[in-house]
Design a binder for this molecule. Structure first.
Ligand code: MLT
Length: 269
């Protein structure tokens, strides 16, 4: 029998490599695919498309079609969660379960939106590296950003995305709509994983969201900041394993785990 696949979607400014430790920790608990979003890692930006999360969600649907996935459990970290929410709204039948990892359902405040357009101007003037000094310390809890192994992920991610990839994604995030009511209306299991020291999206927002969803699993991560898949891959993986179990139960015996189908595949772009 076919198991439900798990799609892991990276945040900004990362790529699929941010999931390696989480995938290793998941082991045979799920068949995983971790694509790069357009403009990140090895994938080109969507040149013909205006920046939007909907265009990124359409890209993921094409990726699912290419991989013969009628539906999947989709879990996104931060920006990846925004994309997963867009997909949930526009393609509800393709989603068997949702994971919001260090993410949120709210749109940007006016101030945050203004800041993103200022950042776009700075990147266009001075290159991708210009965002790192202010962004990297906020991506992790306390002093963890000083660890070169951790900060190497956003540094490499920003470099690979380049000016166009970063600016396209910043504009897409700035334009996103509030999807709180949509998330609350979803009758599928929803995993909310959040670091209690997240400096970008406050933990309280995540708890409030989980408390208002119909089928939530809330994983609170003490001492962890925004980049939870890098800072705490084991608890993130165990949350994802719980989500997969709930989704299989909801899907019924025809979609239960099958050892012949349960090997995690390598992340793909
Ligand atoms: C991310 O980690 O994807 C970003 O911090 C999200 C955001 O800027 O809202």
């Amino acid at each position: 029998m076919k198991d439900i696949p798990l799609l892991l979607i990276h945040g900004f400014p990362f790529d699929h490599a941010m999931w390696f430790s989480t995938i290793a920790s998941l082991g045979a608990n799920a068949k995983v695919l971790a694509p790069d979003l357009p403009g990140f890692g090895r994938n080109a930006i969507l040149m013909q498309e205006d920046p939007s999360l909907e265009a990124m969600a359409d890209f993921l649907i094409r990726f699912m079609d290419q991989n013969q996935m009628a539906s999947a459990v989709i879990a996104g970290m931060s920006m990846g969660g925004y994309v997963a929410l867009s997909l949930a709204e526009n393609y509800p039948t393709r989603l068997a379960g949702l994971g919001l990892i260090s993410s949120q359902t709210a749109a940007d405040s006016d101030e945050t939106r203004k800041g993103r357009f200022e950042t776009i101007k700075k990147i266009r003037a001075a290159g991708p590296g210009v965002i790192l000094d202010s962004l990297v310390p906020k991506l992790f809890a306390r002093e963890k950003w000083k660890n070169p192994d951790l900060r190497g992920y956003p540094e490499r991610g920003a470099k690979a995305a380049g000016v166009d990839g970063l600016c396209w994604a910043l504009e897409a995030m700035a334009k996103r709509t509030d999807r709180t009511a949509m998330a609350r209306s979803l009758n599928i299991p929803i995993l909310v994983v959040h670091g209690m020291e997240d400096q970008i999206i406050p933990f309280a927002k995540a708890r409030e969201l989980a408390e208002s969803c119909q089928k939530p699993i809330l994983i609170e991560l003490p001492g962890v900041g925004h980049s939870s898949p890098l800072e705490a891959p084991d608890p993130v993986a165990s949350g994802l394993a719980r989500l997969m179990t709930k989704c299989r139960e909801q899907a019924g015996p025809g979609r239960s785990a099958d050892s012949s189908d349960a090997d995690p595949s390598l992340p793909q772009s």
